[in-house]
Design a protein. Structure first.
Length: 177
């Protein structure tokens, strides 16, 4: 267990806490807390987890600590964080169900395609547009968690980036076949 894997594991642990704060904000334990403070804390957790996403990859590459466990933990942690946030935001009616559906379908499809590519010993590294997709999703989620204006517009920009990066994987697979 190296530092990048620990950071990915931290994201895995933060994701259900963040989801809980989004969907169970009406519990009696929160009755004396203004909902905006729950939003602030949830967004803070999300930002912290998002920062670990950057650093676990950077450290793994810089310190040559890329492991098979990290190759599994990192994308799992990313998906748990992003999908937990999006589903929680949909639950509290801050995110379009259609946007979430499109993102979910793409994530499942690309994950399946990456498994196929890995089984055929083909390159499955994320492209630059895959990274842009992640960043746009994180910005949209942050805006939606804070209930700031333009969060929905940012979400649809993230949907576009998500679709585009999905097509990149398809074209890469076709090219390498």
């Amino acid at each position: 267990m190296n530092l990048p894997n620990i950071l990915a594991f931290c994201r895995i642990c933060i994701a259900p806490i963040m989801f809980f704060l989004l969907v169970d904000r009406n519990l009696s334990m929160f009755k004396n807390i203004d909902p905006s403070w729950i939003d602030y804390f949830t967004a803070l957790l999300f930002v912290i987890a998002s920062i670990t996403d950057f650093f676990d990859g950077y450290i793994a590459r810089s310190w040559n600590q890329i492991t098979k466990l990290g190759a599994i933990l990192d994308p799992l942690a990313d998906k748990m964080l992003i999908l937990g946030a999006l589903l929680g935001l949909m639950y509290i009616d801050r995110a379009s169900p259609w946007a979430i559906f499109i993102i979910l379908v793409r994530e499942f499809f690309v994950t399946g395609l990456r498994v196929i590519m890995a089984s055929e010993n083909k390159s499955v590294k994320a492209s630059i547009f895959g990274k842009i997709k992640t960043v746009t999703q994180m910005f949209a989620i942050g805006f939606l968690m804070m209930n700031w204006p333009y969060g929905s517009i940012l979400l649809w920009i993230a949907v576009f980036a998500t679709i585009y990066s999905g097509f990149e994987y398809i074209f890469l697979y076709i090219k390498e076949s």
